[in-house]
Write a protein that binds this ligand. Structure first.
Ligand code: PCP
Length: 399
């Protein structure tokens, strides 16, 4: 049998999906009989930047550390952050050195996807926004994509197996392939076959850009399915798109003229934030793929900040165990963990030891001596992301 280039979960849990130098480090520390107790922190930026991202991947990170003799604290999934640690590990260094590579990968990509999903969600608060991007990724990580998309607030996912894994049913209607199977001029047979063939709970969304002008196909779809038609989807290929907003408005006009004011319009294909903002008042929903999956991974790094109780760090990183706090006015504060709290208002430059008295600490236990001590609920995470985004002014960069 030809095998696929993918690792099984056990290889990741065993710490074998690692950069080789961590194994060399284990050997070197072993040879020197050295195994200090360290605190290590995952950060993207040392100081708050005003450019917030959304944390995702915590459940995978918890799985990674399950059974290891370490304590891990992390922000909650869906929490916004713009600086300081999002995750903190305490334990003997040799117990977790080899997990750095996998940990950063798990957090970096999921957080980037969740951040893009939240950006899209906030751009279209009154529209359905669906995750169509699993075709752009290795299929083995489709559950990670779909979970992150939901954490970021997308309203639905398309990948079937991913949905089964994360407990959410995948949605979807028809690709162009269905219409192509019936041939040019026979789109009505394709739409009818769909209506006859799929269950009653599947929305009747007719793809209306396969062979003819979108207005013509939309009119035909409405005439074919009548009251059964819920929506049309327009996925006009880029080379034919021209003024897409105008095309969408023409379709709306045509449907309304035929008495189908209740038929919705969905658009897909290369939809990014800019396109969402441009189209949100003339469509009912979006299918977005590459806008999420093309996100650059969040640039997380893991750094040791304490060795055997003493603050330490490499140049450019901040020594000492930190805490991060959310203030009632949406501030994101980074402070030394042993700094205590004051009643005074700490400004961005005063965060080393003091935080405002009303600040809420954001790092919470994830793993205690190898036991996962947190439950993961994607809906709660999405709600957290939405609420926190509003509080911190997500998307309104402040520097
Ligand atoms: C849509 C589009 C992209 C998919 C969605 C993801 O699919 O053509 O390939 O969108 P993205 O551009 O945001 O990544 P369909 O219209 O269903 O594709 P097909 O032509 O295969 O039927």
């Amino acid at each position: 049998m030809t095998t696929m280039d993918l690792l099984d979960e056990q290889a990741i849990r065993d710490g074998r999906s690692t950069d080789a130098y961590f194994l060399r480090t284990e050997e070197a520390l072993d040879a020197a009989d050295r195994d200090p107790t360290v605190v290590a922190e995952v950060t993207a930026d040392q100081f708050p930047t005003g450019a917030f991202e959304v944390l995702a991947g915590c459940s995978d990170a918890a799985a990674l550390f399950e059974g290891l003799p370490v304590d891990v604290d992390a922000l909650r999934t869906g929490q916004c952050f713009d600086g300081g640690p999002v995750l903190q590990i305490e334990g003997r260094y040799r117990a977790f050195a080899r997990y750095e590579t996998a940990l950063l990968g798990l957090l970096s990509q999921a957080s980037a996807f969740a951040t893009r999903a939240l950006t899209a969600t906030l751009a279209a608060p009154d529209s359905l926004v669906l995750s169509f991007g699993s075709r752009h990724l290795h299929p083995a990580i489709a559950p990670m994509l779909e979970r992150a998309a939901l954490v970021g607030g997308l309203d639905g996912i398309s990948n079937v197996a991913a949905g089964e894994m994360i407990g959410k049913e995948a949605g979807g209607t028809m690709p162009h392939a269905l219409l192509l199977c019936f041939g040019e001029g026979n789109q009505a047979n394709g739409w009818r076959a769909f209506d006859d063939g799929v269950g009653p709970d599947v929305p009747r969304v007719a793809l209306v850009d396969t062979f003819y002008d979108e207005t013509v196909e939309a009119r035909e779809a409405a005439a074919t399915l009548g009251d059964a038609l819920d929506s049309v989807r327009i996925d006009t290929t880029g080379s034919r798109r021209g003024d897409f907003r105008h095309i969408v408005r023409e379709v709306r006009w045509e449907l309304d003229a035929q008495g189908h004011e209740d038929v919705g319009i969905f658009v897909s294909g290369g939809i990014d934030r800019e396109a969402i903002l441009k189209l949100r008042d003339v469509v009912d929903g979006f299918g977005i793929g590459s806008y999420v999956t093309n996100a650059d991974p969040t640039d997380f790094a893991l750094d040791i900040v304490e060795v055997d109780g003493e603050p330490i760090s490499k140049r450019g990183k901040l020594p000492g165990r930190k805490r991060v706090y959310r203030t009632k006015d949406g501030g994101h504060h980074v402070a030394l963990a042993d700094g205590g709290r004051t009643d005074g208002g700490a400004g961005a430059d005063e965060t080393i030891r003091s935080v405002p008295g009303n600040a809420e600490p954001l790092l919470e236990p994830l793993v205690r001596d190898g036991e996962v001590v947190r439950e993961f609920d994607v809906d709660a995470a999405a709600e957290r992301a939405r609420t926190d985004a509003e509080l911190v002014g997500f998307g309104e960069e402040r520097d």
